[in-house]
Design a protein around this ligand. Structure first.
Ligand code: GLU
Length: 377
């Protein structure tokens, strides 16, 4: 049965980011599955041959390191996990390299941390490098730089990293390959009536609620983190397909627009690159707490004025990314602050005349101009 919506998504997917999870690539003891990796490589080749640009985001470094070092199970402390990643990353890349070599494809390793994405210059460097790799016809293979990633600079997981990369490239499609068929209406192991959800038009609370039902099927936070990542992509105007990477030929089927897995449709407008960076990628350095009126103004596409801000938190400079939080404690938007935190604290809650008196002038009448705002909530 042909789904015209799927077909439209697939035919518009000129650049695709494909993320493969550890449980697709390695068994629980960390032995990499050569057959699976070769099969993925064959399919990646076919996708590239159809004229699309492809980026692979791969997990599996830590898992493969556990296998290579003969540890039997995953260590728990950071230094050992990082050492495993360093050993496993080389093994993983070697396998990918061997698997695509027969097609004459060169592989390119890119290891990133979240702090690379906080810094606009480094963010743009990553984009330029990937663009140049496309020119060379090389296959960019991305993982988190686990060796140097500690909690403060971590993406958290590769679902998030893959979403960031999709936004970085403005790729119209992200494919998340995992070891379940997609999003279910309930836990399929306990409820025989649980149904695979074919299409999700909007990742709202009714959808995120389904993650809890399927959580344990994927281990800690699996489905939840996938839905978060999918949301980051769909609110920027791109699509996500989640499918079972353990099935032979799954990518061929996805790109034939067959009804496999779950398709998450774009919702909201196509967000320009610059707004994607501060809206969905860079981590905010501070917080503006809004009153109800300011919340509404921001949702209506207006600028944020000092009078509507009840509190300022964090230390940030002029032009840094801030998170705008409503009176219920929910983030509604992100933006670039016109004022450093030291001044923002002084002007929040004030009318323009009071600000003029206080500062001896009003450099900016808005705390965040509407051109520098993205609604995220
Ligand atoms: N970067 C980790 C690895 O390669 C994977 C993180 C994740 O699975 O989300 O092992």
């Amino acid at each position: 049965m042909v789904d015209p919506v799927r077909q439209e998504v697939i035919s518009g997917a000129s650049t695709v980011v494909i993320k493969v999870g550890t449980n697709v690539l390695a068994d629980p003891t960390g032995q990499l599955d050569r057959h699976r990796i070769q099969s993925l490589a064959d399919q990646l080749h076919r996708i590239r041959q159809s004229g699309r640009k492809v980026v692979l985001v791969t997990s599996g470094a830590i898992g493969a390191g556990v296998g290579k070092l003969g540890l039997g199970k995953r260590p728990t402390d950071l230094a050992h996990l990082q050492a495993c990643a360093a050993v496993g990353q080389a093994a993983l890349m070697q396998l990918y390299q061997e698997s695509v070599a027969q097609y004459g494809i060169r592989t390119a390793q890119i290891l990133l941390t979240a702090s690379d994405f906080d810094n606009r210059a480094r963010y743009l460097n990553a984009r330029n490098t990937i663009g140049t790799l496309f020119e060379y016809g090389a296959l960019p293979i991305i993982n988190e730089n686990d060796t140097v990633s500690v909690a403060e600079i971590k993406f958290g997981d590769n679902d998030h990293l893959a979403a960031m990369v999709t936004n970085l490239l403005r790729a119209p499609l992200l494919v998340l390959l995992t070891n379940v068929d997609g999003l279910y209406s309930d836990d399929p192991r306990t409820n025989p009536d649980a149904k695979l959800v074919a299409t999700v038009p909007n990742i709202d609370q009714s959808v995120t609620g389904l993650a809890a039902a399927t959580k344990s099927a994927l281990g800690t936070g699996g489905m939840e983190s996938k839905l978060k990542a999918a949301r980051l992509v769909t609110v920027s105007g791109e699509a996500v397909i989640m499918a079972n990477g353990s099935l032979d030929g799954i990518l061929d089927r996805v790109f034939a627009a067959e009804p496999v897995g779950t398709l998450f449709l774009p919702h909201g407008a196509d967000v320009p690159s610059r707004k994607r960076w501060f809206g969905f990628t860079a981590r905010p350095k501070g917080v503006f707490r809004l009153d109800a009126g300011a919340r509404q103004a921001v949702l209506d596409g207006k600028s944020l004025l000092p009078i509507g801000v009840t509190a300022v938190e964090g230390e940030f400079g002029k032009g840094d990314v801030v998170s705008l939080i409503d009176p219920e404690g929910t983030e509604v938007a992100r933006g670039l602050s016109n004022y450093a935190s030291t001044t923002a604290v002084r002007v929040c809650g004030l009318h323009t005349e009071r600000i003029a008196a206080l500062l001896g002038g009003v450099p900016y009448s808005e705390l965040v101009h509407r051109d520098n705002l993205v609604v995220t909530g």
